[in-house]
Design a protein around this ligand. Structure first.
Ligand code: FAD
Length: 343
């Protein structure tokens, strides 16, 4: 029989490649911009993310997409998303290495550079899980605008234990955060948002409000809490909305459907509805855009997830294009500049 399927001129799989120590440009940039103290951690992360096991997780997490369960079999709303175990493995690994919190724990020069280098590596393995990781990283500066709320949540963000259980945060070993800024009539221009927030009793920073509205594109809906933009009489304001209320009951967040996306498939993006959902005001009413955009919430994740991610060299599972390494050098500058602003 004549053999017809001869495979020639194809590249070999890039497996067992250390994404840090074997990337000369990345290695040199981290050293040059103050991240030399993180070399051991970055080398270990590079080895893990380049391993066959982690590459398999990346493929599995994108081939087996998240599934929305709106109700249980008795008809009660549950609003849960189930992920393939490979997705949880990726989350667990990135959180263990501090991809979501390193600069907030290590008060050292170059901490944002070290974290940016880790994210650059994580994206080469799997982009989707980097979304909740980056959003969690980004919330700290905004939360610190409201110290009483930060006191309740910050320690759980600074934890390096991934806890994917659907439980009130008070019962968990670590948490992740999402964000709901945009709406269908207000993508770039969030001033057009229509989600409303009214005081449950008294108005003011840190106080409880009730939120009603609809977010058109809210990624990572299984996050333990979200920073949400909603309108008050004074304009767009920023709220922390937990998945479970303070009394331990499920907050009234309804996941209406998951988005059909061309890429980023491991990460559930959803339409999320709030019906008198419990939220807590961060900072002043009417200062929501400032808290999100200037104080941290949207700037770091967009900067990192967008700029770094879309320019990482890219593994097949990550749907990321290739680009010149100069982007990372620019990113190192920007991260360092941001660290100075946020610090
Ligand atoms: C995979 C994915 C996940 C997402 N996850 C989240 C999430 O978790 N939370 C969340 O809040 N949002 C999320 N979004 C929404 C995302 O933030 C918005 O898509 C984005 O803000 C752009 O809004 P839009 O799509 O309505 O586009 P538009 O705002 O309508 O913009 C359309 C085009 O016009 C341009 N444009 C808009 N305004 C101007 C202007 N003033 N000057 C010049 N050009 C302009 C834009 O650059 C763009 O090219 C997600 C989106 C995607 C694709």
């Amino acid at each position: 029989m004549t053999e017809t399927h001869l495979v020639t001129n194809q590249s070999e799989p890039l497996v067992g490649h250390n994404l840090f120590s074997q990337d000369r440009v990345l290695f040199d940039l981290v050293n040059r911009y103050g991240g030399d103290w993180s070399i051991a951690q970055l080398t270990a992360f590079g080895l893990t993310m380049g391993s066959q096991e982690a590459i398999d997780w990346a493929c599995q997490a994108n081939e087996n997409q998240p599934v929305l369960k709106t109700h249980d079999r008795f008809g009660h709303r549950v609003d849960m998303v189930e992920f393939h175990p490979a997705y949880h493995n990726l989350m667990q690994t990135s959180i263990q290495y501090g991809l979501h919190n390193l600069p907030w724990k290590e008060n050292k020069d170059g901490a944002h550079v070290a974290r940016a280098a880790m994210l650059y590596m994580a994206f080469q393995n799997e982009a989707g899980h980097c979304c909740p990781i980056s959003m969690t990283y980004s919330v700290i500066p905004a939360l610190r605008k409201q110290p009483d709320i930060a006191a309740r949540w910050e320690a759980l963000i600074l934890s390096n234990e991934y806890d994917g259980r659907f439980l009130p945060a008070s019962q968990k070993k670590g948490v992740t955060f999402g964000m709901g800024m945009t709406e269908k009539q207000g993508g770039s221009d969030v001033r057009a948002n229509t989600t409303r927030a009214v005081p449950a009793a008294e108005a003011g920073p840190g106080k409880e409000y009730k939120l009603t509205g609809h977010k058109w594109f809210c990624s990572a809906p299984m996050s333990d809490a979200f920073l949400i933009l909603a309108q008050t009489d004074k304009g767009v304001s920023c709220f922390l909305v937990p998945r479970f209320k303070e009394d331990g009951s499920k907050n009234s967040l309804r996941i209406q459907r998951l988005k059909e996306k061309l890429g980023n498939k491991s990460n559930a993006s959803s339409e999320l509805e709030f019906v008198d959902a419990q939220g807590f005001l961060i900072g002043q009413e009417g200062r929501g855009v400032g808290h999100h955009h200037r104080d941290g919430q949207s700037h770091p994740p967009r900067l990192h997830a967008g700029r770094l991610g879309s320019h990482a060299p890219g593994h097949p599972a990550s749907n990321q294009p290739c680009s010149p390494p100069q982007r990372l050098r620019q990113e190192a500058y920007r991260s360092a500049a941001h660290a100075q602003c946020a610090g």
